[in-house]
Design a protein around this ligand. Structure first.
Ligand code: PEP
Length: 206
């Protein structure tokens, strides 16, 4: 089964309401390949989720940048997955290396029970926000190893169908060659997802 190209935009802790409206306008006006070719998901900071959800074009989806992985309750400051579902937010980024480094998150908080709902992002930490990008061959080698790991530890079907995307200084200039690798199924984009070049990155799906 072909794996649909996936492009995620991780806005991190950036933006004002005005800036968010500008990014959304740029995305709304963009000519991009259809939903059959690419799945686009943007991930604004929590406070802007309702604004983005209500103004973003309907063929793009919205993700939260984190969520509480257990049921809601007495967990001050947390937002549960159930609340995201209630707001019709279908995606969440879990286990980002910035959260692991700064907030001591571990593998324990993203144990997977249903792989059909998961996209794996391979992001070399030395490439995140540094302007240093993995070569297409490096990315392909790691994605291939990740797929082999899935085949051995989960199942051949999960290995064949799970999308493995690359993140780390992806931009309009390097996306096409990276995206052309057999096992690179798209991108998780940080800095460039706040800029118009995010549209060029979406077009790498073509
Ligand atoms: C990220 O934080 O997920 C990321 C890939 O950032 P950048 O594109 O800025 O390197």
């Amino acid at each position: 089964m072909a794996r649909k190209f996936f492009v995620g935009g991780n806005w991190k802790c950036n933006g004002t309401a005005e800036e968010v409206k500008k990014i959304v306008n740029t995305l709304n006006e963009a000519q991009v390949p259809s939903q059959d070719v690419v799945e686009v998901v943007v991930s604004p900071p929590y406070v802007f989720l309702p604004l983005v959800k209500s103004t973003l074009r309907s063929d793009f989806h919205v993700a939260a940048q984190n969520c509480w992985v257990k049921k809601g309750g007495a967990f001050t400051g947390e937002v549960s997955a159930e609340m995201l579902v209630n707001l019709d937010i279908p995606w969440v980024i879990l286990g980002h290396s910035e959260r692991r480094a700064l907030l001591n998150e571990s593998n324990e908080v993203d144990r997977v029970s249903n792989w059909s709902k998961v996209v794996i992002a391979y992001e070399p930490v030395w490439a995140i926000g540094t302007g240093k990008v993995a070569s297409p061959a490096q990315a392909q080698e790691v994605h291939d190893e990740l797929r082999k790991w899935l085949a051995k530890n989960v199942s051949a079907d999960v290995a064949a169908t799970t999308r493995i995307i690359y993140g780390g200084s992806v931009n309009g200039g390097n996306c096409k060659e990276l995206g052309g690798q057999t096992d690179v199924d798209g991108f998780l984009v940080g800095g460039a997802s706040l800029k118009p070049e995010f549209i060029d990155i979406i077009k790498a799906a073509e």
